[in-house]
Write a protein that binds this ligand. Structure first.
Ligand code: ACO
Length: 329
C-alpha cells in the first residue's frame, strides 16, 4: 500500500472586529482589570456582531486557509467543523459552511469535543488522507462563546471570546508540515464540570429552562483548572512518546488558550521555556476549539517556524476531553 503522509497545506484564522476589553467589562459588572489579568492573563476578547454566526467566522477562516494553501474550494472533498456553538442544533455547521463557501456536495460533519475539537478533527483528517478516503480535507474550528455566556455571571463570562481557525489537510508537500501523530482521550464522568445543560433532550427549551438560565455555559472553574494541567501534561507525554520524541525536541508548544496560569503550569511541567510557547489568550480569551488553530495560524504567519521544527499542539476541554498532536514543520 502507498505510504501517504498527511500534512498541513495551509492555515488561516478570523476573529470578529468588535473588541471587548477588561475596562469595558468593568463598566458592565462588578469586576476589575486587575482581577481578570492576575487570575487569567486575559486583557481583551473579540465578540461577534449581532447578525454574525459561527459558520460566518468559519467561512472567513477557511477562505484564508485555502488561499494560504493555494487550494481551490472545489478541490476539497471533506469538511469537518469543530464547534460547541453551532449555528443551530442541526443541520451541522459544516453543512451550512459547505453551502456558504461554495464547496462541492462533499462529506460535511461537525465534531463536538469542545476545546479539543480542532485536534480531534485534525486527527480524523490525517486518517482520511492517509487511508486515501479523501485527498483534501478542510478542518475548521469556530466558536461564538459570547452567545452562550451568562453576562450576569462574572466568574465565567470574562473568560471567553469568539473566533475561528482553519487548516487544509492533504498529502504533505516536500515532506513538510507532516502530522506525525496524535493522542485523544476523554473522561465522561466529569461531564458536569463544564456544560450547557439546556436545549437538548435532557432539558428541552421551555420558559422554565430559560428562566433557570440553562441555556448558558456553566463551569466549576477550580476543578477544571486542576484537571486541565494534569490532562494536558499527560496528553503531551503520550504523543511525544508515540512519536519517539522528548520534551527537549519541542521547538514550539501551541497550547489551548484558556488561562495564562494553566499555560505557565503546563510549560513548567514540559520544561519548555516561555519563548517556546505560543500565547495569545491575552488578546482573544478562551475561544474553545478555535484557540489552537488560531494560535497555529498566527505562528505560521509570523515566519518564526522553520522547516523541520517540532510543534506540539495540546488541549483540554469540556467532556472532559484532552488531545495532543505533533507536527514536523
Ligand atoms: N471579577 C472579580 N471577582 C471575581 C470574578 C471576576 N470576574 N470572578 C470570580 N470572582 C471572585 C469570586 O466570587 C471569589 O470571591 P470570594 O472569594 O469572595 O467568593 C473570588 O473571585 C475567587 O474566585 P475563584 O473562582 O476561586 O477564583 P480562581 O482563582 O479559581 O479563578 C478561574 C477562577 C479564572 C475561572 C479559574 O478557576 C480558571 O481559570 N479555571 C479554569 C477554567 C478553564 O480553563 N475553563 C476552560 C475549560 S475548557 C473550555 O474552554 C470549554
Amino acid at each position: 500500500m502507498e505510504n501517504i503522509k498527511a500534512g498541513i497545506l495551509g492555515t488561516g484564522f478570523y476573529v470578529p472586529e468588535k473588541i471587548l476589553t477588561n475596562a469595558d467589562l468593568e463598566k458592565m459588572m462588578d469586576t476589575s482589570d486587575e482581577w481578570i489579568t492576575t487570575r487569567t492573563g486575559i486583557k481583551e476578547r473579540h465578540i461577534v456582531g449581532d447578525k454574525q454566526t459561527t459558520s460566518d467566522l468559519a467561512m472567513f477562516a477557511s477562505q484564508k486557509a485555502l488561499k494560504n494553501a493555494e487550494v481551490n474550494i472545489k478541490e476539497i472533498d471533506c469538511i469537518i467543523a469543530a464547534t460547541i456553538t453551532p449555528d443551530m442544533p442541526f443541520p451541522s455547521t459544516a453543512c451550512i459552511l459547505q453551502d456558504k463557501i461554495g464547496a462541492k456536495t462533499v462529506c460535511a460533519f461537525d465534531v463536538n469535543a469542545a476545546c479539543c475539537g480542532f485536534i480531534y478533527a485534525l486527527t480524523m483528517a490525517k486518517n482520511f488522507v492517509e487511508n486515501n478516503t479523501f485527498k483534501k480535507v478542510l478542518v475548521v474550528a469556530a466558536d461564538t462563546l459570547s452567545r452562550i455566556a451568562d453576562w450576569t455571571d462574572r466568574a465565567t463570562c470574562v473568560l471567553f471570546g469568539d473566533g475561528a481557525g482553519a487548516a487544509v489537510i492533504g498529502r504533505a508537500v516536500d515532506d513538510r508540515k507532516v502530522i506525525l501523530g496524535s493522542y485523544l482521550g476523554a473522561d465522561g464522568s466529569a461531564w458536569d464540570l463544564l456544560n450547557m445543560p439546556g436545549g437538548g433532550s435532557r432539558f428541552p427549551t421551555t420558559h422554565k429552562t430559560v428562566d433557570d438560565k440553562l441555556h448558558f455555559l456553566k463551569m466549576n472553574g477550580n476543578s477544571v483548572f486542576k484537571l486541565a494541567v494534569r490532562s494536558m501534561t499527560n496528553a503531551a507525554d503520550k504523543v511525544l512518546s508515540e512519536c519517539n520524541l522528548k520534551n527537549e525536541d519541542i521547538d514550539l508548544v501551541i497550547p489551548h488558550q484558556a488561562n495564562l496560569r494553566i499555560i505557565n503550569a503546563l510549560a513548567q511541567r514540559l520544561n519548555a521555556p516561555l519563548e517556546k510557547v505560543w500565547v495569545n489568550v491575552t488578546r482573544y480569551g478562551n475561544v474553545s476549539g478555535a484557540s489552537v488553530p488560531i494560535a497555529m495560524a498566527e505562528a505560521d504567519a509570523s515566519g518564526k517556524l522553520k522547516d523541520g521544527q517540532i510543534v506540539l499542539l495540546d488541549a483540554f476541554g469540556a467532556g472532559l476531553t484532552w488531545a495532543s498532536a505533533v507536527i514536523r514543520w
